[in-house]
Design a protein around this ligand. Structure first.
Ligand code: C2E
Ligand code: MG
Ligand code: MG
Ligand code: MG
Length: 289
């Protein structure tokens, strides 16, 4: 194309553009095959109670290990999946996997475990979303109470009535709803009252910051959540100081490298079973961090 049309002044632009488009097209066709080739895997990051460090749940995070390209980060392939509509099929696969895992993790009824699953805005544009989720519950024997659905603020700014209807339906089915990356959207707070939201996940940019003003913002978010009766999860907790600050200010739970990164399913299930067997202490978790 333009790349081959000579050494003119457009070369830099067209070259960059071509590489971008080519990479996207390549990723797209590879992603289409990734599910059947079993290159995709869900990993699980523990979610812990800040007061005790006990594990209470997890977040399912997609991992793509390509035979030639190696590990490809979600930040690179999720946008491609969204633009091409592949996210709908991929999202169903993710949910089915997460439901199967949630069922295993809840085998001991004494210790409930909620698995959080990320859903893309594009999945909500599909009118069948709630039905398709109901089918997955049926097929896997998972209960909605074992799953938390993570959405981003942008979904709620979509001014789409279907979104509200779908969220209400999912809530009615027994799912809980969390706002992911809270505080990084468009700062429209009115949706907090309009939508059925159980949990706010404070974005890690507030947690991992040297700017003291972010501590004040964290306190303000905690106070909003408390007024609205919502749970709060702090994302990206990496240091004991951050955890202590959050606990002292009444934040309920946390995820982050301080506790553990996301682990492959087998390793994670073993960690959970071990944590149940030992009463859920935090100490053993650090070994996996
Ligand atoms: P997210 O949902 O906000 O997930 C949290 C991200 O922060 C994950 O990155 C996780 O590995 C990372 N993280 C956790 N603790 C720490 C920490 O202490 N420090 C730092 N620096 N990072 C931490 P990951 O797995 O690369 O995922 C990135 C994003 O990709 C996710 O952000 C989510 O928006 C999206 N994503 C991942 N899996 C899925 C999926 O199955 N479906 C959809 N639609 N999106 C997904
Ligand atoms: Mg998330
Ligand atoms: Mg997040
Ligand atoms: Mg995110």
């Amino acid at each position: 194309l333009a790349k081959r049309s000579g050494r003119n002044s457009f070369r830099f632009y067209s070259k960059d553009l071509t590489v971008g488009v080519e990479e996207r097209m390549h990723l797209e066709s590879e992603l289409r095959r990734a599910i059947e080739r079993e290159e995709l895997e869900l990993h699980y990051q523990p979610k812990v109670l800040l007061v005790s460090g006990a594990m209470v749940g997890s977040e399912a995070l997609l991992r793509w290990s390509h035979p030639q390209m190696g590990m490809i980060a979600p930040a690179r392939f999720i946008p491609v999946a969204e633009d091409t509509g592949l996210i709908v099929e991929l999202g169903r696969w993710v949910l089915r996997e997460a439901c199967e895992t949630a069922k295993e993790l809840n085998a001991d009824a004494q210790r409930p475990h909620k698995v959080a699953v990320n859903l893309s805005v594009k999945q909500f544009q599909c009118a069948r979303l709630a039905n398709s989720i109901a089918e997955i519950l049926d097929e896997t024997g998972c209960r909605a109470e074992w799953i938390e659905i993570e959405i981003t603020e942008s979904l709620l700014l979509d001014r789409n009535d279907n979104t509200l209807q779908t969220l209400l339906k999912l809530r009615q089915m027994g799912f809980s709803i969390a706002i992911d990356d809270f505080g990084t959207g468009y700062s429209a707070l009115n949706y907090l009252a309009r939508f059925p939201i159980d949990t706010l996940k404070i974005d890690r940019s507030f947690i991992n910051s040297s700017d003291k003003r972010n501590e004040e913002l964290v306190k303000a978010i905690l106070s909003i959540a408390q007024c609205l009766g919502q749970n709060v999860v702090a994302e990206g907790v990496e240091t004991a100081e951050q955890a202590a600050f959050l606990a002292a200010n009444g934040c309920g739970s946390a995820q982050g490298f301080l506790y553990s990164k996301a682990l492959p399913k087998r390793e994670f299930v073993a960690l959970w079973e071990n944590s149940c067997a030992t009463g859920g202490g935090s100490v053993e978790m650090r070994r996996f961090g």
